[in-house]
Ligand binder design. Structure first.
Ligand code: LLP
Length: 414
């Protein structure tokens, strides 16, 4: 993200009107990211579909934009399915994933006519069958396989390693295919995998893709026809030091070329991708004010009004996000530790060299468009921040700030 006036927005008046902490998402940048990915992939293989991973940022406004751009939604819950529906996506534009789908979710997904329910166990396939029987339809199913790749990323973000909870291993995959062949309730559509998130190593993508092709061959040999789609998941990494995805995107696309040019790649198959972070990660900032500046045993602290409940990536994965000060001040930059208001020592965003800070100064935490507001909570009794979106210079509230009433509403005092 460029720092020239921050996307041309008047952040001071935004904050005057809406307060802090506040997320701002730049939809023009989401569009640019979408186009960058599409044009890169189009040069390699023209028959593809992008299903945006809604978990990265579930704003209906973003889903509407993705739909306008020709994309669909990858969802993993009833909430995400409903958000997609409200964004105007139809069944064929939604892909249902996740290792623990409930019967209710499966039935809703099939009833909605999703492109595919990607199953992760034989038991889940049986649950899909029952739902299809109840609805008297054939269920379009995909098979999420475990690619057996230990991606070089944070250990919580590596999902495709052998023995992980995700996907079918080779043996259960075969069993699932045979089961799908045996009954008439299924339309076996495709094979899917996801190596993990924040992937930067070409070999991680490549190993995953090659293993996926082995599963594709088994699909063909058991069912007698090639899959209609091959889904390579998401995972393109965002460099949080620069706010840029191009390094990972280049490596991803090199691995992708090898995949679609492999003799085992079935002609005419649709390539499916499920990017999350690559589309929205660098398009969001979190505005926060300095509440207090203090020194503690020689360390200078700025306590800000955004905490780990608003943005938990640093507390959870130890990732440092860039911070800029938006209040112009003269003077030599100083090192500050930035801490939030939450009563945990993990509620610290890191150490930053910034121009001298004073109470009330405005800061922005960068690259928080993915897994920011979607992972926020009410911890410490804190209402979640609003998200404002900007598009072609106009700003609107896409999600209002939560109120104290919102967070206490569900309680019954006996
Ligand atoms: N497809 C599947 C099946 C996934 O599980 C995920 C993310 C994606 C696609 C999108 O991955 P992406 O393109 O965004 O890397 N909370 C973590 C990220 C967890 C991602 C989980 N799965 C974070 O803040 O980094």
């Amino acid at each position: 993200m460029s720092e020239d006036g921050f996307w041309g927005l008047d952040l001071d008046s935004i904050v005057k009107e809406h307060g802090t902490p506040t997320y701002v998402v730049n939809l023009d940048l989401v569009e640019k990211n979408f186009e960058a990915l599409s044009s890169t992939v189009r040069r390699i293989y023209s028959r593809f579909k992008i299903f945006y991973a809604v978990k990265a940022n579930p704003l209906i406004t973003i889903l509407k934009l993705v739909r306008e751009l020709g994309g669909g939604a990858e969802v993993v819950s009833m909430g995400e399915l409903e958000a997609s529906r409200r964004a105007g996506l139809n069944g064929g534009e939604v892909l249902f994933n996740g290792p623990g789908k409930t019967e209710v979710e499966i039935e809703a997904a099939i009833g909605f006519g999703v492109y595919s329910v990607n199953v992760e166990s034989v038991e889940e396939l049986m649950t899909v069958r029952k739902a299809a029987e109840r609805l008297r339809v054939k269920a379009r199913v995909g098979f999420r396989v475990n690619p057996g790749v230990k991606a070089a990323t944070h250990k919580y973000l590596a999902l495709g390693f052998q023995g992980s909870k995700f996907g079918l291993d080779a043996k259960s995959y075969r069993a699932a295919l045979h089961e799908a062949k045996r009954t008439r309730r299924f339309l076996p559509m495709g094979v899917q995998m996801h190596v993990g998130s924040q992937v930067f190593r070409e070999s991680d993508f490549q190993k995953g893709f090659l293993n996926l092709l082995r599963f594709v061959n088994v699909f063909k040999s058991v069912l007698g026809f090639p899959p209609e789609f091959i889904d390579i998941g998401g995972g393109i990494g965002l460099n949080y030091e620069t706010g840029d995805t191009s390094i990972s995107l280049n490596r991803f696309s090199r691995a992708l070329s090898k995949l679609v040019n492999n003799p085992d790649w079935p002609d005419g198959t649709t390539l499916v991708m499920e990017p999350g972070r690559a589309l929205v990660g660098n398009a969001g900032i979190l505005l926060t004010r300095v509440l207090y500046v203090k020194e503690s045993n020689g360390r200078l602290w700025a306590i800000v009004d955004a905490g780990m409940n608003d943005f938990m990536r640093t507390a959870l994965y130890g990732v440092k996000h860039r911070v800029v000060s938006l209040t112009p001040r003269r003077g030599r930059p100083v090192k500050y530790a930035l801490g939030g208001p939450v009563c945990e020592s993990s509620d610290v965003f890191g150490e930053y060299v910034l121009p001298p800070l004073k109470k009330g100064d405005l800061l922005a935490l960068l690259d928080v468009g993915a897994y920011g507001c979607s992972m926020s909570s009410n911890y410490n009794g804190r209402p979640r921040p609003p998200t404002l979106v900007s598009r072609l210079g106009r700003v609107h509230v896409a999600e209002r700030r939560e109120t104290i009433d919102d967070i206490l509403r569900r309680q019954a005092v006996g």
